[in-house]
Design a binder for this molecule. Sequence first.
Ligand code: SAM
Length: 209
Amino acid sequence: MEANFWQQRWASNQIGFHEADYHPQLLAHWPALGTPVDRVLVPLCGKSLDMVWLRERGHEVVGVELSDIAVRAFFAERNLTPTVLQRDGYEVFAADGYTLLCGDFFALTTAALGAFAAIYDRAALIALPPDMRRDYAATLTRLAAPGTPMLTITVEYDTSVLTPPPFPVAGEEIESLYAKEWRIEDRGRVHAQVKGQAGIEGVFVLRRV
Ligand SMILES: C[S@@+](CC[C@H](N)C(=O)[O-])C[C@H]1O[C@@H](n2cnc3c(N)ncnc32)[C@H](O)[C@@H]1O
C-alpha cells in the first residue's frame, strides 16, 4: 500500500484497524520476549493504544508513522503536548517517554531511530502487499542489533470473503522472510475477528541472530 492510500485513510478517518483496547496477544506474549525495561520500536504505529501499554510497563516507545494526523492524535488523546522538531528527514514528536517519528519507515536509519531493545509488530507487516513485506522485513533486519526480540502478530482469513489490507500472512511466509537472520518461535494461532469476519491470528516471537 502506497503512502497516499494511508494518508487518505487517516484524512477520512477510515481507521477500522485502530483498536479501542490493548491487543490481547500483546498482553499474553510480551513476557516471552524477556525484554529488559528498555526502548521498544513500534513500526507503522498509527495511534495504537498498545504503545500506552508498553509505556506503562516502563518501556520508552519509539514509533514510526507516515501520517501526522495519527501522530498528533496519539498525543492529543493523552493530553500530552509533544516537542516537535525536524531531524534526519523525520518530523519527531516527543513527550513522556514516547518518541514518534513521522515519515517513511523504509527510509529509516539507525541514526534517525536510535537504539532499541525490542520490536512490536501488530498490523504493520500485514498492512503491506507482498513486495513491500519483503522490504519491511529487510529494513527491520538491517536496523535490529543481534539478540533483538520481536513480537509479530499476523492474520489469516478466507480470501473469498475479505479483501486486503490486512493481508493474510501464513507461517511459511514468516519463515521465508525471516528465517535466514532471525530465530523464529511459532507461538500458535487464536481465533479472531478480521474486519468483522471469522479469522485467525498467528503469534510469533523472533530473535535477531
Ligand atoms: C494497519 S495500520 C496499523 C497501525 C497500528 N500498528 C495499529 O495497530 O493500530 C498501518 C499503519 O501504517 C502506516 N504506514 C503505512 N506505510 C507506512 C510507511 N511506509 N512508513 C510509516 N508508516 C506507514 C499507516 O499510516 C497506518 O497508520
